[in-house]
Design a protein around this ligand. Sequence first.
Ligand code: NDP
Length: 490
Amino acid sequence: MAVATLPAFRTKAFINGEFREAASGQTFVTENPATGQPLADVAAGDAADIDAAVRAARRAFDDGRWSQLAPADRKRILLRFADLLEANAEELAMLDSLEAGKPITDCRDVDIPETVKTYRWFAEAIDKVFDAVAPTGPEALGLIVREPIGVVGAVVPWNFPILMATWKVAPALAAGNTMVVKPAELTSLSTIRMAELAVEAGVPEGVLNVVPGLGETAGQALGRHPDVDMVTFTGSTEVGRYFLKYSAESNLKRITLEMGGKSPQVVLADPPDLDRVTEQVLIAGLMNMGENCSCGSRLIVHRSVQQELVANLVRGLEAWPVGDPQEPETRLGPMIEKPHLDKVLDYIEEGRSEGARVVTGGERTLDETGGYFVAPTIFDDVRNSMKIAREEIFGPVISVIPFDDEDEAIALANQTNYGLAASVYTRDLERAIRFSRAIRAGTVGVNAYSEGDITTPFGGYKESGFGGRDKGLEALEQYTEKKTIWFQLG
Ligand code: NDP
């Protein structure tokens, strides 16, 4: 592995501005998925640590050290925080690359710059949004004001460790809330470091707390805690459902869920430049090793262009080297852990046994490294009813599903329990509009794979999302309560 010096690892919980061992004294081991070797022993927080963090966050909320600051003052601190994250970009990129097996170039060029941008954008927004005055008669004055919700819990996944935490933390802190974040057990390090930098930037102690730990213990304790006002979650649909249950069985805390996907990339008979389509389809299917909730894993393609596009995709894979994530030219790192590697390989076998044809890939690779690498895989002649076309694989696997007429393509695109993202490729503007309206997904890219940017909301229809959106002013809004203040005059 080409890492000269490892950054220092912060491996303890960060509660009330200080590092703490887990109350139980327990730790768990994280490993480098590119080598299968252990990286760090991390504090295994559980219900006791979550409770301590929630109490710190509650005190910080109630005494107004953050929630009662003028928006312009919170903005100043959050901008300083963004600057500090930027100044430490190399270290943060390295932490995510080492723990998640993400290509270092992606971490440097995408995850960390997007993290910095997200804090800046929400910081800049908060002293520019206004509350409302109700259209009353002269006998009353009705104010509709937004207030922070209180203590917000965030439970986040391992695929974009610091960025997914940031999509929650930036708007929630900007709105004046205090927080407890439970990172994925596989990837805690960058989030713990981020919280330390927040305090260095002037975010008061107790406002941003991080408790590493397991989902079933720490995650569940946060979901069930009676003094948490909201939980925002990104991860699998299966675990998302638990949070609705935790809320129902505790204090009816607000829940927002950003979950899985099985996103269609629909290529009509008149695609724009096929080279560009090829490039976009490969990004959609392979970015972050396919460990991406909006992964465009179903390529629904008109039969007239199927053959040429598949041949192009195979050639295009030359630009996607698999290898050591620390090497700048690597575009595909390992799967996050051995059980996930096995799961992806099982899906590939299932695809074969259901009659889909492997055009390229279809196997583990670079075994000698000890890492969990899968060769990028393209299945042709897939039917939408096959398991590989229905279930989220979360690996570098693209399924090509041919169609003959456009209504069939729309039906195929929508034949899924998910609805996170989609793309349509066509030269015809009216077709593009028709498809983007007909596809039931939170984001539809036209002639590109896209999640939009920080200004646009991101989240899913159907089983991909519940109760809110990440990014955009919608995200800021969802971390607030609305209050009516009514003045009866005369
Ligand atoms: P999970 O949904 O299991 O994990 C997401 C977060 O929830 C993690 O912090 C996890 O903790 C926590 N969690 C797990 N179980 C519970 C529980 N019972 N109560 C409370 N919190 C819990 O995703 P995985 O990381 O296990 O990945 C499994 C699959 O989920 C993937 O293969 C993929 O299909 C999908 N996924 C989707 C993502 C998305 O962006 N939409 C992101 C990640 C995964 P811990 O890490 O300790 O398990």
